[in-house]
Design a protein around this ligand. Structure first.
Ligand code: B12
Ligand code: SF4
Ligand code: SF4
Length: 279
């Protein structure tokens, strides 16, 4: 059976009325998604257990949570580029995210999760065991020695294996549409041809700092000093404190709703905001 996963995702993307701002004149939260497929047996997934920790799931371990004696064959990963409205507004900020960026963080993530569950449902209806590990009830985001705050399933690592893009020094994933986007993924029993990785096995190829020693704009943009001169000097707790201790307490008053508001200054007004800057 040939499964057109791009069409499945696009149908949900078009049908969901939640992909827009509370002010309709601002348009959509996200531009059209880009979809890529990883082979669930790609050696990178086993390597992540070594790099991140034993708690981190391979695609097979993730699928085992919902189906026994089933082989995980493919991992579908997609990126939803954040609209120019939110990007441009955030690019003008230096401390606190723009309201439209915060809106995408709170309500756009709900939209991404509806796509995750929608993809699970559609593939299960076709007879294939499927799971969106990032939103599985067994998943926990917790502190791990040497790694910091981590989930059992990283959307960015998954996207890197599927060919969507590479990490930047800031920690964000740089895709063909840049670093300002949100990601979703599902692991499935369905066998779907995997897509090539244009950057081979170099996880940092599309970051100017990591590949050419230039740029570093995101380091200057971060109001919390979270991004170091090298990838090993990143202070994740400084980012978390900025989001939870500085932005969050002001969010309700500034923006008008209770939620997670993000920050994303390192993803806007940077050369990799909406493109692969090494192209
Ligand atoms: C926990 C979490 C946070 C925490 C901590 C994040 C962190 N780990 O640093 C906090 C609250 C601070 C946070 C902040 C933000 N987050 Co957040 N967050 C997550 C969440 C839920 C889990 C991330 C995770 O556990 N990753 C696993 C760990 C191991 O990964 P990591 O620490 O980032 O990994 C780094 C190292 O491994 C390093 N590395 C070092 N050496 C090597 C060597 C090799 C070989 C490799 C491969 C990697 C590598 O590269 C990685 C990137 O730096 C994900 C959703 C998900 N389930 O994936 C969203 C997610 C990562 N967040 C996202 C976003 C957008 C943000 C913010 C911009 C907030 C906002 N919306 O405004 C900021 C950006 C911070 C930053 N500098 O990137 C997006 C990222 C999309 C993108 N464009 O890249 C995600 C994927 C959510 C989504 N649905 O799209 N986040
Ligand atoms: S702003 Fe420059 S240094 Fe930072 S992630 Fe983007 S390309 Fe890399
Ligand atoms: S999200 Fe904000 S605080 Fe976190 S690294 Fe990016 S700029 Fe810094």
């Amino acid at each position: 059976m040939v499964i057109d996963v791009e069409r499945l995702l696009m149908e949900m993307y078009e049908a969901d009325t939640g992909n827009c701002f509370d002010d309709p004149s601002l348009g959509r939260l996200f531009d059209r998604p880009v979809v890529r497929i990883a082979d669930a047996r790609d050696p990178w997934f086993a390597k992540f257990k070594e790099l991140i920790g034993e708690f981190y799931w391979t695609p097979q371990e993730a699928l085992d949570l919902v189906a026994t004696d089933t082989q995980a064959r493919s991992v579908i990963s997609w990126s939803l580029p954040i609209s120019s409205v939110a990007r441009e507004a955030n690019a003008g900020e230096t401390q606190i995210p723009a309201r439209s960026w915060a809106y995408v963080r709170t309500f756009g993530e709900k939209f991404v999760t509806r796509l995750r569950h929608g993809m699970e449902e559609r593939l299960r209806d076709l007879g294939f065991a499927t799971l969106a590990p990032a939103v599985a009830k067994q998943n926990e985001v917790s502190e791990h020695p040497g790694i910091g705050l981590s989930s059992c399933w990283s959307e960015r690592h998954t996207a890197m294996v599927a060919g969507l893009g590479t990490f930047g020094i800031s920690g964000g994933l740089i895709t063909i549409n840049g670093i300002a986007h949100r990601l979703g993924s599902v692991v499935t029993e369905a066998s779907i041809p995997s897509t090539p990785r244009p950057y081979g096995d170099d996880p940092f190829a599309w970051c100017l700092r990591m590949s050419r020693g230039t740029c570093g704009t995101c380091i200057q943009r971060c109001p919390a000093g979270s991004i170091g001169q090298t990838v090993h000097e990143r202070d994740k707790n400084a980012c978390r404190a900025q989001l939870f201790d500085v932005v969050a307490p002001q969010g309700k008053e500034l923006f008008g709703w209770e939620g997670a508001y993000g920050c994303g200054l390192c993803q806007t007004a940077v050369p990799c905001e909406d493109r692969n800057p090494t192209d």
